[in-house]
Design a protein around this ligand. Structure first.
Ligand code: PBG
Length: 324
């Protein structure tokens, strides 16, 4: 059966018909909203490199968390800025860090919201690398100790999940063991399993003050050309005890998301990163596209590729549309 008996346009004749056959459905429940917390009081400071995003002090982040929960978004992912940086990033595992205090404050005020934390040293080290440096090189195994302490500190503060984003080998196993030894058996691990060394992190590094002072992250984050390693990275993290895994960034890696979805039975997250977010805002500012339409098309593409969870700075804007 072909034309004129078959007409594909029959299923596009009205908005209701298109809705009926539109297989990919976005919902506020798909989203995780990233938040940046900083030291101080009364701070809600716009982030220059990221339209619509703010640095919040602990006292101000609570009202934001309430708004996020009211929009039907189930989870937030916290990034922290330290009071001061040093060679090893010691504020990362302090119980007094802005992140630990924010976790406790949010869990107390909005207990129904899932609170996850980014576990990585880059915002806390003065050299901006995600690991401990020894003779100018990343010391993988020494870094694992620090990351484990950081994860335990966040979990003790009440985090429902910890999300290691450093890309050291073995960190999921070490963190799981440390959490369990501390009696924190219910804290979930969302691993940034397939995280690529990407130029799309640019606006975030401005926001988190976490750009490496020299060099790049190519000795630990994945090479965009080496897609097959992504499946091994994910398989290893699942074996080490990850409860959820992530592909990051999302848009230039939709093929990786699809492969992971087909291969693994585990909740799969995709991180729609800062550069992907700001590309749309920047284009819209130039009058080249409509933010809302481009945003929705992008989020649907990530979901269609196979993501169960989408971490996105668009979460609030998209959830608002879905509430209508
Ligand atoms: C920390 C980290 C980064 C992002 C999330 N966690 C930056 C990096 O690896 O350089 C990027 C998030 C974004 O761009 O939105 N390691």
């Amino acid at each position: 059966m072909t034309f004129p008996y078959t007409r594909m346009r029959r299923l596009r004749t009205s908005p209701a018909m298109r809705r009926l056959v539109g297989q990919t459905r976005l919902s506020a429940s798909d989203f995780v909203y990233p938040l940046f917390v900083c030291p101080g009081r009364g701070v809600k400071e716009p982030i220059g490199s990221m339209t619509g995003c703010f640095h919040f002090s602990v006292d101000r982040v609570v009202e934001e968390a309430r708004e996020i929960a009211a929009l039907g978004i189930p989870a937030v992912l916290l990034f922290g800025l330290p009071e001061k940086k040093d060679g090893v990033g010691s504020e990362a595992w302090s119980a007094e860090s802005a992140v630990c205090r924010a976790v406790a404050a949010i869990k107390q005020a909005v207990p129904e919201l899932v609170v996850m934390t980014d576990v990585c040293l880059c915002a806390y080290t003065d050299h901006g690398h995600c690991g401990i440096l020894k003779d100018g090189r990343i010391d993988n195994d020494a870094t694992l100790e620090r990351l484990s302490e950081m994860a335990v500190a966040h979990a003790r503060a009440g985090a429902d999940g910890v999300a290691p984003s450093d890309m050291m080998d073995g960190r999921v196993l070490w963190i799981r063991r440390a959490l369990d030894e501390a009696g924190l058996t219910d804290t979930a691990i969302l691993s940034y399993a397939a995280k690529f060394a990407s130029a799309f992190y640019g606006p975030f590094r401005d926001a988190a003050h976490s750009a490496p002072a020299d060099g790049d992250r190519k000795s630990y984050q994945m090479d965009p050309a080496a897609g097959a390693q992504a499946m091994r990275e994910i398989a290893l993290d699942i074996e080490e005890g990850a409860d959820m895994v992530m592909v990051k960034p999302a848009l230039a890696y939709l093929d990786i998301i699809r492969q992971a979805k087909d291969r693994f039975d585990i909740p799969l997250a995709a991180y729609n990163v800062s550069g992907e977010y700001m590309m749309i805002h920047a284009a819209a500012e130039k009058g080249l596209c409509d933010v809302q339409q481009t945003m929705l098309e992008t989020l649907i593409a990530i979901k269609r590729a196979g993501a169960d969870i989408i971490i996105t700075y668009f979460a609030k804007d998209a959830a608002r549309i879905m509430q209508k």
